[in-house]
Design a protein around this ligand. Structure first.
Ligand code: GLA
Length: 397
């Protein structure tokens, strides 16, 4: 059997302990960072994420006939019924993500029966690394295998987004779920969020002696949801003002017809889409310096035009520049969460130390750091009783 990710071993152990016996399927899915292309997905634009080495795993089996479904989290040490209304656990709950996937499958006409599932994850929660998309992606793969639904991965990603939008109630785009299901080890993924066409982009950081340093700012994410929805609304309104279905189709010249907030938001989206295209070219040509410059420009655009960065993000990006990073920027939805930097590996420690001391001086929350290499996307673990598929296979054509 191939080596298991620590979360896969834990999910397997939790299943055995909780339910007795062997699961029928073991699946897992990663969190992601978006390298560039922020707040472009819901306007039909371009994104460039890669998966990270932190995952959520689920071990699942069909259980006994007529037994109500059970979801167990080994991280929280709690069991939840599968059948439930959103928010029934009192506020938002991890269990709403797998429930949402079951709901979305039902809405799309797929029949998933009852099941028992044990979850284990190590994607930092609430950091903007898409732990919720990882839960959804692992769940949809496990259910695809368990009930032989024969989904392809694009369809699976769309179902996960539907779970997020229609059940959990967050109006996110397709970025996170698509990245979790489609990314591959050692590569970034260029995605056209309108057509869902995607192509791998080389990202050999080791060879370039570069590190992808992720700074979880731990900035409070109080405005995250309302702020996100507001940005989405204004950018959709800007498209309407221009007579366009999506901002993807706006040209720089169109911006002259906008003013005020609509102009600022649309200018970010239009320039960000252009930056993603240039970033892909830069990486394909092995030009990390050009790529890094685009990251800095992306950050400035998010700070000044989209207005989603925090003092912590801005301080980190400046420190990264001082430490010789090729690029740095906020990643994810903003209003808190993570920033990333592309930094020569020998400068990583210096940048971390400088950040700790500057943040302390500015009375900003103490950050956490991760270094990631582009990791594998979601998989059903081969060698499990019903998991004959290879990584990125199965619900994975
Ligand atoms: C969040 C959403 C994504 C995307 C990003 C911003 O992560 O879930 O769909 O909109 O914000 O790029």
């Amino acid at each position: 059997m191939m080596p298991l990710h620590p979360t896969e071993s834990r999910a397997l152990g939790a299943y055995r302990e909780r339910f007795g016996g062997e699961p029928e399927v073991l699946a897992s899915a990663p969190g992601r960072v978006n390298l560039i292309g922020e707040h472009t997905d819901y306007g039909g634009g371009f994104v460039l994420p890669c998966a990270v080495g932190r995952r959520v795993a689920v071990a699942a089996g069909r259980g006994l006939p007529d037994e109500p479904g059970v979801l167990f989290s080994s991280d929280f040490g709690e069991a939840r019924p599968l059948q439930s209304e959103p928010g029934a656990d009192g506020g938002s709950s991890w269990a709403d993500y797998p429930r949402g996937v079951v709901w979305a499958l039902g809405e799309a006409g797929y029949e998933a029966g009852g099941f028992r599932a044990a979850f284990a994850g190590d994607v930092p929660l609430g950091a903007g690394l898409s732990s919720s998309a990882a839960v959804e992606a692992a769940t949809v793969l496990a259910l695809d295998r368990l009930f032989r639904l024969d989904l392809d991965r694009r369809e699976a990603a769309l179902l996960c987004r539907r779970a997020e939008n229609g059940y959990v109630g967050v109006q996110s785009g397709i970025l996170d779920q698509f990245a979790s299901l489609m990314c591959r080890e050692g590569e970034a993924l260029f995605v056209d969020c309108r057509t869902l066409e995607a192509r791998p982009v080389p990202l050999d950081l080791d060879r370039a002696n570069l590190s992808l340093l992720v700074c979880d700012t731990n900035a409070p994410r109080v405005l995250a949801e309302t702020g996100y929805n507001d940005r989405r609304e204004v950018s959709e309104r800007a498209a309407k003002t221009l007579g366009l279905a999506e901002l993807r189709d706006a040209s720089p010249g169109d911006l002259e017809r906008l003013g005020g907030e609509e102009l600022r938001r649309a200018r970010h989206v239009v320039t960000e889409n252009a930056r993603v295209l240039r970033a892909v070219e830069a990486l394909e040509g092995g030009d990390f310096r050009e790529f890094g410059g685009l990251m800095y420009a992306s950050h400035a655009s998010m700070r000044d035009d989209y207005e989603i960065s925090t003092p912590s993000h801005d301080a980190f990006v400046e420190l990264a520049r001082e430490a010789g990073a090729l690029g740095a920027r906020l990643t994810g939805g903003g209003f808190g969460g993570c920033a990333i930097s592309l930094v020569p590996s020998e400068n990583v420690d210096g940048l971390k130390q400088a950040t700790f001391s500057r943040f302390a001086k500015l009375a900003l929350p103490r950050p956490d750091f991760y270094t990631f290499l582009p990791a594998a996307g979601a998989r059903v673990v081969p060698g499990q009783p019903s998991g004959q598929a290879e990584a990125n296979g199965g619900a994975g054509r």
